[in-house]
Structure formats: structure tokens, C-alpha cells
Design a protein around this ligand. Structure first.
Ligand code: PRP
Length: 214
């Protein structure tokens, strides 16, 4: 019976995941083994009723949407880009950055020409320019997006800006902020129904921990 109440959580592997874990441990869901230096991907603490899994950050929403885990922590960028069918329970106020249009500082958009936009986030970019009735050509890249305008592959980029260091060191600047981004606690819809009490309790305690951190 106790087994049924275990909550399975997909943590984004990396620095953000470690910060999120610290928050959940503070909220009453510790699993100290998780921070040991090993290659294990699954951890559990039956007393706390929790299992953790290290998942590639961009895959978290897939695990949660398909019910492989009950909960997960995903960036708002991923939620906006892929629109997974999940519940968004809480803003963790971590992993904060901005989705921006950026490019050469002296770039002037000429409406007479189709704007070439390089990005890892084609849906977010397409939505943004559709809302402005601006015709664009999307160039879908997987990383080092800042190179695209430098090499003339695109006019601008739509990308995440955190410290702004990458843009600065490559002679680029922010043209426009599209949306602020932060990490969110997300839930599988069926899990939220069948493990409602345990999940609501975890979300409430995590919310208190977020508020306590200010
Ligand atoms: C992200 C993003 C920017 C950079 C922004 O890239 O795509 O390139 O971080 O951070 P900053 O404003 O603090 O410089 P990531 O590190 O994920 O690598 P990628 O180029 O492989 O996407």
C-alpha cells in the first residue's frame, strides 16, 4: 500500500537540478544518496515517499506527459516550445532567464525583406512574429545560436539570455524581450488525479520553501 503513495520526480540533470533537489529536500523530501558522485540515475527514499530520476532537462516534459514520472521540473521555455499536456503546479523562482530576440547591435529590420531567424525554439519564434504579423524564415539550429548572425546565416536569433555574457562576448545585443523564463514544477494529469493528496502536499510544501527563500 505504501508503494502506491511514492511520488516519482524527474529532475533536470545539472546545476539547476541540484538546486531544485536542495529545495525539495528542504521541503521534506530528502534523498541524500542523490548527491553522491556516481553515475546512478534513480534514487529513492521510501520514508519520504519519493523517488528521483536524473533526466536530460529538455526531456523532462516528455517523461511527465507520458506518465513515466508523476512530477518533473521543466523550464518555461520547454513548456512554451512543446506545449506538453501536463499541469503546471508551481513557479520555483529558479533557473531564471529571458527569451529574447538578439542580433548585431546595429541591425535595423527592413520590413520589405523576410526576416531570417535562427533558433532552438521554432514554435516560440513563429508565435512571436505571427503576433507581430512579421514574415520570417525560420532556421532551426541546436546550439551555439549566436554564431548564425555572425556568419550571415540569419539576421537575428531567438534564444535564451541569462547573464548576457554570450551575446556580449560575441558582439551581439538584445533587441527585444519576448518572455521571462523560470523553472516550473509540472505534473502528469492522471497522476495528479490518482495521487492527488500526496502531490498537492508536495507542491504546497515546495511552495512554502520557495516563499521562505524569497
Ligand atoms: C544558452 C543560450 C545562450 C546562453 C545564454 O546556451 O542558448 O547561448 O546559454 O547564457 P548567458 O546569457 O548567461 O551567456 P547553452 O549554454 O544551453 O548552450 P548551447 O549554445 O549549446 O545551446
Amino acid at each position: 500500500m505504501a508503494e502506491k503513495k511514492m511520488i516519482n520526480i524527474a529532475l533536470p540533470k545539472g546545476r539547476l537540478g541540484e538546486k531544485v533537489y536542495a529545495l525539495l529536500a528542504q521541503a521534506g523530501y530528502p534523498c541524500p544518496e542523490l548527491l553522491e558522485d556516481n553515475r546512478k540515475l534513480t534514487f529513492e527514499n521510501p520514508e519520504a515517499g519519493v523517488r528521483y530520476f536524473w533526466v536530460k532537462p529538455s526531456d523532462v516534459a516528455v517523461y511527465v506527459e507520458r506518465g513515466a514520472t508523476d512530477l518533473g521540473i521543466a523550464g518555461k521555455d520547454i513548456l512554451l516550445e512543446y506545449s506538453p499536456d501536463v499541469y503546471e503546479l508551481l513557479d520555483l523562482n529558479m533557473g531564471k532567464c529571458r527569451m529574447c530576440v538578439a542580433g548585431p547591435k546595429d541591425f535595423v529590420d527592413d520590413p520589405a525583406h523576410t526576416l531570417r531567424v535562427a533558433t532552438k525554439f521554432p514554435n516560440i519564434a513563429a508565435r512571436h512574429y505571427r503576433a507581430h504579423s512579421r514574415e520570417i524564415e525560420l532556421i532551426h539550429l541546436n546550439g551555439s545560436i549566436e554564431l548564425a548572425p555572425i556568419l550571415g546565416l540569419s539576421d537575428v536569433i531567438v534564444d535564451i539570455v541569462e547573464t548576457g555574457k554570450t551575446l556580449k562576448e560575441n558582439g551581439l545585443g538584445v533587441h527585444e524581450e519576448i518572455v521571462p523564463i523560470s523553472a516550473r514544477l509540472i505534473a502528469n494529469k492522471a497522476s495528479f488525479k490518482f495521487k492527488s493528496e500526496a502531490i498537492r502536499e508536495l507542491a504546497a510544501k515546495a511552495g512554502e520553501a520557495v516563499a521562505a527563500r524569497g
